[in-house]
Design a protein around this ligand. Structure first.
Ligand SMILES: [Mn+2]
Length: 484
């Protein structure tokens, strides 16, 4: 990123004829080489360029530069007539030069901020100064160059992808069974990248989108994921897998899956299949990040709907940029954040609550207690997506380190768990709670468990609200303590 040019704030010490003056940047280069480098980088017109010739160096003046009269001293800095608002930069790879420069600037212009540009001088070696920063020199530009090269290698992928897929009449973009937001967003982005629509490039999966929060995503964004039978994939003359690899589909996946066209994923690399294009980046927190880099490199316009899908994909796969997040994910997220629709994202993350669920919540809240730092809300029969929302809310209770929302969904007792993050991992606790009764798991601070009501009744006699409350409370207390 280049600093804005010519946007310097004018010094407004006095308005009108007498005092108005533009603050200067005074550049102090150590030797002719540093000065020439600075000139080549493109010295700003408003910079005062000075250099201190080194011993034995030709005294030929680098263009635009003036030698610092009298060498590096407080007096020679004074001659530059520094004023309030002026800023200094010291360009040097030499520690003793830099130390001296910072010291003499401090003596003659104590108020002036100093920026040290160097790849070799360590900040620790610099004298105390109230307003000093140090950063790289060549490495600054180098970082930008490296970033551009990484865009370029992403563009290479995009060019290859487009060339490979252009002649294919029917491209299937295959997701894992019961696709998650990262997969859905990535597939949606791949289709946009290839400039195709759903009739010729449908998003497909062997098992429909099931989880309520994932359904909320496809519904809010109007993304269709078509459920296909394994034999149906023979119909596609192009097959791209995103956020998944072919050998994930069981012991004997459909033959067509042994040789595919594209695999883009961030899960650990698997073998046992062929693909023309393979882009697996295991250090990435989300496949959506890879696709975001493609879109960015190819300068594809990212519309709010697509940006929202990708933001949500990255958020959910990285636990909101928590665990297992790379700088790539951060950078993709920042890029997308300016493009996404906050309203759409809210609709996905906070789906509309049915009135019945609000009344159930009201009843549960009317007898709310936080015991053993656990806030447990038993809702009765509710729509499944209400449960995690209530768990989120429950964690806000004063004194709660754990929030559990439980409800009856179909023939199951379903509960969502949230914690404050610095206690035992929620996933572990839930696994201990459901042990021998049902299924469950999750992450550090959020988890979900399902216990068939039949199994629950066998152990606890009935599935009345109070029975559920007592059973869950006891089980959680034990599991949090690690007794189980
Ligand atoms: Mn993923």
């Amino acid at each position: 990123m280049h600093p804005a040019r010519g946007g310097r704030t004018p010094q407004t010490g006095g308005s009108g004829a007498s005092g108005e003056r533009v603050a200067r940047r005074i550049i102090l280069c150590d030797g002719v080489e540093a000065a020439r480098l600075w000139a080549r980088i493109g010295a700003d017109d408003e910079e005062t360029l000075t250099w201190v010739p080194r011993e034995g160096e030709p005294r030929a003046r680098p263009p635009g530069f003036h030698a610092l009269q009298g060498g590096l001293s407080a007096e020679s800095i004074q001659k530059l007539n520094p004023k309030v608002g002026d800023e200094f930069a010291v360009v040097s790879e030499d520690t003793s030069f830099t130390r001296t420069a910072v010291t003499v600037i401090g003596q003659s212009a104590p108020e002036a901020p100093v920026l040290v540009l160097s790849d070799k001088v360590d900040g620790e070696d610099l004298p105390d100064h109230p307003c000093l920063m140090n950063t790289g020199l060549r490495s600054l530009i180098r970082d930008d160059v490296d970033t551009e090269f990484s865009h370029l290698s992403n563009l290479r992928r995009v060019v290859d992808l487009r060339a490979l897929m252009a002649p294919r009449e029917k491209l299937g973009i295959l997701l894992q069974p019961d696709p998650d937001p990262d997969g859905i967003a990535s597939a949606y982005a791949l289709r946009a990248l290839l400039g195709r629509k759903s009739p010729t490039a449908p998003l497909i999966s062997f098992v429909e989108v099931k989880r309520p929060e994932n359904r909320a995503m496809v519904e809010a964004l109007g993304i269709e994921v078509r459920t296909v039978a394994p034999e149906e994939i023979d119909e596609f003359d192009g097959l791209a897998l995103v956020d998944v690899q072919p050998t994930v589909f069981g012991e004997s996946p459909p033959a067509r899956l042994r040789s595919v066209d594209v695999v883009i994923d961030h899960h650990p690399e698997r073998t046992g299949y062929d693909t023309v294009i393979r882009d697996i980046r295991t250090s990435y927190g989300a496949t959506a990040t890879i696709l975001t880099e493609y879109l960015r490199a190819a300068a594809v316009e990212v519309r709010p709907k697509l940006a929202t899908a990708l933001v949500y994909g990255i958020k959910t796969d990285t636990q909101l940029l928590g665990r297992e997040t790379s700088r790539h994910d951060m950078s993709a997220f920042a890029y997308l954040h300016g493009l996404h629709s906050a309203a759409l994202l809210r609709r996905i993350e906070r789906p509309a609550m049915p009135h019945e669920a609000l009344r159930a919540l009201g009843r549960a809240l009317s007898s709310t207690t936080v015991e053993d730092s656990i806030h447990l809300l038993v809702l009765g029969r509710v729509r499944e997506d209400v449960i995690p929302q209530v768990a989120d809310l429950g964690l806000q209770a004063d004194g709660a380190e754990w929030a559990i929302a439980a409800g009856l969904v179909g023939s199951d007792l379903v509960f969502s768990v949230r914690n404050v993050g610095y206690v035992r991992a929620a996933g572990e606790v839930v696994r201990a709670v459901v042990e021998g009764l049902g299924v469950g798991g999750g992450h550090r601070s959020m988890a979900k468990g399902i216990i068939p009501l039949k199994a629950f009744r066998q152990v606890y006699g009935d599935a009345k609200r109070d029975t559920i409350r007592k059973a869950l409370h006891t089980a959680f207390v034990q599991a949090i303590r690690g007794d189980t």
